[in-house]
Design a protein around this ligand. Structure first.
Ligand SMILES: Nc1ncnc2c1ncn2[C@@H]1O[C@H](COP(=O)(O)OP(=O)(O)OP(=O)(O)O)[C@@H](O)[C@H]1O
Length: 228
């Protein structure tokens, strides 16, 4: 099943800069896919259109066959329960516990509190932080903080997870470890799309890669092509 589809999508920012130009591609359920390209190629913009932090100027973005142009107002938070996001700088609340950081989006989404506790604990176990739920993010290492960011994004069991340079601040060993956490998600029902300019890391993962150049799709490389 197609989970995500871009149909001739153009995004021009106010002031006239065109970040994406007539972009078309689709992603199947269960894929793990990378988006790469030079600085300014449009990677973050592409993810923002999926997460509804930005809207296309022209063209259509569909998630699970739903045209995102129709997702407005109160439907936006519902959409964000189905589409999780991980940022490079993880954007954790530093004065709240690890538990609270992961719980907050679930509480905002109206999940009953008994269910919140259960889900947060299961999710923290998954990312190897079961014993750190009471810690503040400042007491964790950079890699652990990023794992809290991943836990927060996957606690609601999103259909799709988008991650923008999630290993940008990490050394290669930690980056590989974080990638392993992402790679486990498709088997749990979450399709994953990761923007990264780290070509070596992307190649090592042997997954499909979309290459952007000046807002256009320059290449769509299959795992088999990448291996050869
Ligand atoms: N809010 C904005 N207003 C105006 N122009 C923007 C805005 N956001 C991005 N752009 C421009 O759109 C282009 C694409 O930006 P985008 O952040 O999507 O690229 P990127 O591939 O993620 O780059 P990087 O790897 O440096 O983060 C860039 O030229 C950028 O300057």
């Amino acid at each position: 099943m197609t989970l995500l589809r871009f149909d001739n999508v153009t995004k021009s920012y106010p002031g006239g800069h065109t970040a994406l130009s007539e972009l078309s591609f689709s992603v199947d359920e269960g894929e793990m896919i990378f988006v790469t390209g030079h600085s300014g190629a449009g990677k973050s913009t592409l993810l923002k259109l999926i997460h509804l932090s930005e809207r296309p100027t022209r063209g259509t973005v569909l998630v699970e066959e739903r045209n995102l142009a129709k997702v407005r107002g109160r439907q936006v938070p519902l959409h964000r329960r189905r589409v999780g996001v991980v940022y490079q700088d993880h954007r954790l609340l530093m004065d709240r516990s690890v538990f609270d950081n992961v719980a907050l989006p679930l509480l905002i989404a109206g999940t009953p509190s008994a269910e919140v506790g259960r889900r947060v604990r299961v999710t923290l176990e998954k990312v190897g932080l079961g014993a750190r739920e009471k810690a503040r993010p400042g007491e964790l290492s950079t890699g652990e903080q990023q794992r809290v960011g991943i836990a927060r994004a996957i606690a609601a069991q999103p259909r799709l997870l988008v991650a923008d340079e999630p290993t940008g601040n990490l050394d290669p060993t930690l980056a590989a470890e974080i990638m392993d956490h992402f790679a486990a998600l498709p088997a749990q029902g979450t399709t994953v799309m990761i923007a990264s300019h780290d070509l070596a890391l992307v190649k090592r993962m042997r997954r499909r890669v979309l290459v952007l150049s000046h807002g256009k799709l320059a290449d769509d490389i299959s795992p088999e092509e990448l291996a050869s």
